[in-house]
Design a binder for this molecule. Structure first.
Ligand code: NAG
Ligand code: NAG
Ligand code: NAG
Ligand code: NAG
Ligand code: NAG
Ligand code: NAG
Ligand code: NAG
Ligand code: NAG
Ligand code: NAG
Length: 436
């Protein structure tokens, strides 16, 4: 494409700019301003993009069937055709968009990531922010993971804002989109990983006036919060992590091979080995060649929906994903293009959060009080308390017998119970600043 054509495309698709806005020029397919302070935002995806997406869904070319056990190689073709059928005949993006706009208080802003960051330009962010009407509410940063979005907070939001009585803690909830996910545009420069995201999210909390806060997250949320705790030792009071990864070290593995490990240690080692051998293909690709995969994913809505559905399906405990959920979850990537979210894995690998085949160990020690919650169908389960304590001041381990990777979605009551027990005890979670 000639330079002038490129420039023309760039300008035609540029987001609307106001004088105060950061220059975020992107073919993001939605309208957004990212000013220098939080401003209300409504999801407003260009109808022409939705139209093109539906055309692509209609024109999807499917795979041949191979006789083998279902799920052995990916979601079965019938999942793809079921989702296609629903997308073409029942799914109405504009109705979903209206519901998301009514359900959440959305905002955009931009933040400066500070002197430790390699990114000097303001970083545009989308987030949802709901304030509790309780005067003793604790500011809580909820961080989503892959392949989710801010929407993961949905089933716990009301319980966080309006608990049933005054003895249960209430929270002001901030649920941002990691840059590259949903409506936070992807950085255009390599090097944006979990730590940079943590700089941005801390700057967001400061911008909102929250000088002290707590964090909850699993998956990437549970990784980002570990950096944030270390980088902001006085602001982050305590954290609750529902995917607290602490890989076995060489001594543990040697004890395992000699049959000397405990039942818990075995569960942890075997859960992660199983994930590595059965379900890690997407992760290894995204860690190494995210662009190679993203070119096709950016062009095929069904291809991308099935790419994320594999993990959604394999990491839940009897939770039934509806075609509508699968489509909306995939749209949280597909609208801006999934490359930014996919390459986040490459950046986390660079940071030492992954180690090729296996999970990394480079996370900083968390000195603040840590509660961990574990669910059996997660990709990580059964961490012995003494292993967990190698990487942080783990004061509570909540061990559950049902649920999976998407705790806030699948087991909201269990997660809310853990949240209330931890932050309802001010001395345990160091939140006496807010609650005596
Ligand atoms: C998509 O756009 C085409 C061309 O403008 C139009 O004919 C068609 O009706 C649109 N389809 C939908 C589903 O909006
Ligand atoms: C996908 O396939 C699995 C296995 O056959 C099935 O349990 C599940 O209901 C299907 N989901 C959708 C959305 O088609
Ligand atoms: C910033 O870049 C340097 C040099 O590449 C790298 O060592 C460092 O980890 C980067 N910082 C972050 C927060 O990623
Ligand atoms: C707080 O908000 C909830 C729901 O919006 C409402 O039911 C409750 O009465 C409010 N409490 C106070 C003290 O205003
Ligand atoms: C307050 O609500 C919590 C959470 O549902 C519950 O566990 C607790 O028993 C309730 N306390 C009182 C005094 O009703
Ligand atoms: C593994 O961790 C345990 C407990 O912290 C420690 O005693 C042991 O030396 C570690 N082994 C290696 C190889 O680091
Ligand atoms: C743990 O696994 C090892 C290796 O398979 C086995 O020898 C040992 O008996 C198991 N320990 C327990 C407590 O199940
Ligand atoms: C508790 O939080 C305060 C800030 O409010 C901090 O100064 C103190 O060091 C924290 N204590 C622990 C044990 O983390
Ligand atoms: C709160 O946590 C402290 C430890 O910091 C513990 O001693 C106390 O029993 C806990 N209180 C309740 C009500 O669980």
């Amino acid at each position: 494409m000639a330079i002038s054509n490129l420039l023309h495309k760039y300008l035609a698709l540029a987001v609307t700019l106001t004088p105060l806005s950061v220059s975020v020029l992107a073919d993001n397919n939605f309208n957004a301003n990212y000013g220098t302070s939080p401003a209300p935002f409504q999801i407003d995806v260009h109808p022409s993009f939705i139209n093109r997406t539906i055309q692509k869904v209609a024109l999807t070319r499917f795979t041949v069937d191979v006789e083998e056990p279902e799920l052995a190689s990916g979601p079965p073709r019938h999942n793809a055709t079921t989702v296609q059928d629903y997308w073409l005949h029942h799914y109405d993006w504009f109705r979903v968009q209206d519901q998301l706009n009514q359900r959440y208080h959305h905002f955009t802003t931009s933040v400066l990531t500070g002197p430790r960051s390699n990114f000097t330009n303001p970083v545009p962010l989308h987030f949802v922010h709901h304030r509790s009407n309780r005067t003793d509410a604790i500011p809580l940063l909820f961080i989503h993971g892959w392949p989710g979005s801010f929407m993961e907070v949905d089933h716990i939001l009301d319980g966080l804002l309006n608990p049933p009585n005054a003895s249960a803690p209430a929270f002001h909830v901030v649920a941002p989109s990691i840059p590259g996910f949903a409506f936070s545009p992807a950085p255009r420069k390599a090097g944006w990983g979990a730590r940079e995201t943590g700089y941005a999210f801390h700057a967001l909390m400061e911008q909102l006036g929250y000088t002290h806060y707590v964090i909850q997250g699993g998956d990437f949320g549970g990784v980002i919060l570990r950096y944030m705790a270390g980088d902001n030792p006085s602001a982050v009071l305590s954290v609750l992590d529902n995917m607290w990864i602490v890989p076995p070290n060489a001594t543990d593995l040697e004890r395992y091979s000699l049959g000397l490990t405990t039942a818990d240690e075995n569960t942890t080692i075997e859960t992660i080995n199983n994930f590595d051998s059965e379900n890690s293909g997407y992760r290894l690709i995204q860690e190494t060649k995210p662009l190679q995969a993203a070119i096709g994913m950016t062009d095929s809505p069904i291809g991308f929906a099935m790419w994320i559905f594999n993990l959604m399906l394999s990491a839940v405990d009897h939770y039934v994903w509806t075609p509508s959920e699968i489509i909306t979850w995939s749209m949280m990537y597909y609208i801006q293009g999934p490359y930014g979210g996919m390459r986040f894995y490459k950046e986390v690998l660079r940071e030492g959060g992954f180690q090729g085949f296996g999970l990394g160990d480079a996370y900083p020690y968390v000195h603040q009080p840590v509660a961990i919650s574990e669910f059996p169908k997660d990709i990580w389960y059964g961490t012995p308390l003494d292993w967990a304590r190698r990487k942080g001041n783990v004061v509570t381990r909540n061990f559950h017998y049902s649920g999976g990777h998407f705790a806030a979605v699948e087991s909201p009551d269990l997660l809310l119970g853990d949240i209330r027990a931890f932050w309802g005890n001010s001395s345990l979670s160091n939140v006496s600043l807010f609650r005596s």
